[in-house]
Design a protein around this ligand. Structure first.
Ligand SMILES: O=C(O)CCC(=O)C(=O)O
Ligand SMILES: [Fe+2]
Length: 283
């Protein structure tokens, strides 16, 4: 099963043909139908984020909410220790824990954008849920970005870690539920510190209020922060998943289930599945 989406939330598509300069494999060709316009891809590179408002229909949102609630209910490795900097409950390795999340493995609305940004060979980096509860303190996050491995000075052959991270909201994010703030273009600021414990407004920040079923697709080094929830808020659930080039290591968080769904899938997987799960496409 795949995850259905509203075609009307996608303003356009375009096609890329990648021919890979690998004579040993006969110069393989990969065709990619990108579910975004060329201008959106350019803006994503420039600003570091792209919003897909109300991409999921209500039935899908409900299916994923139920799947997340059930999985949180029975998980033995919930993370609650983030303090004010990373409030709420985090649950890791969701693709291994519930088929509803494994359905995102080849999900074109985000996978095709990853291939437009990185080239043909990409892998998933992890699949996390974050849940904030009403009337609970510290459900916000500090300003942060996800790919924090940038040295000072930057040596000539330094390969900066680039990832594409997806924040898929299963509940509205608004004044009451805590919107998401981002600083456009901040993923380019690799010669600057972004301090810890920063909860204030930043120059140039954009505050995003979105209905449930919306996605924020961003560079893994975009500065962002979840604003605090307010009295009267609802549950605030989101899915966080990401892509990187196939040669990159995946995210380190959580405890991967030993006999998880992706392990089973790998047993007789096609080449693309192996690539997406990190077992092919990097040499
Ligand atoms: O809850 C949000 O809106 C963002 C969460 C986030 O940035 C994170 O968990 O890394
Ligand atoms: Fe984040």
């Amino acid at each position: 099963m795949s995850v259905s989406y509203n075609e009307s939330s996608i303003p356009g598509r375009h096609h890329i043909t990648y021919r890979v300069r690998d004579h040993a494999k006969g110069f393989p060709v990969r065709e990619v139908e990108v579910l975004a316009t060329p201008a959106e891809i350019q803006n994503l590179a420039h600003d570091g984020y792209l919003v897909r408002e109300a991409l999921l229909p209500p039935s899908e949102i409900e299916r994923l909410r139920t799947a997340l609630d059930e999985t949180v209910e029975r998980d033995g490795h919930l993370e609650r220790g983030g303090g004010r900097a990373f409030g709420g409950v985090f649950i890791r390795h969701l693709m291994d824990k519930h088929p509803a999340f494994l359905d995102f493995l080849k999900w074109e609305p985000t996978l095709s954008i990853a291939r437009a940004m990185f080239g043909p060979y990409v892998q998933h980096r992890g699949f996390t849920g974050r849940v904030c509860y009403p009337d609970t303190p510290n459900q916000e996050t500090e300003w942060h970005f996800h790919q924090r491995l940038i040295p000072d000075p930057i040596p000539p052959w330094f390969a900066r870690p680039q990832t594409l991270d997806v924040l898929l909201y299963l509940d509205d994010i608004n004044e009451t539920n805590g919107p998401l703030a981002v600083v456009p273009g901040s993923h380019h600021r690799i010669n600057e510190d972004q301090p810890a414990n920063d909860f204030g407004d930043l120059p140039g920040q954009v505050v995003l209020q979105l209905p449930a079923g919306s996605l924020v697709i961003c560079h893994g080094a975009l500065w962002h922060r979840a604003l605090p929830t307010q009295p009267g808020c609802t549950m605030r659930r989101l899915l966080l998943f990401g892509y990187g080039p196939a040669w990159q290591k995946p995210a380190i968080y959580g405890v991967k289930p030993e006999e998880g769904l992706t392990t089973k899938l790998l047993q007789d997987a096609d080449a693309e599945t192996r690539e997406l799960l990190g077992y092919a496409g990097y040499m």
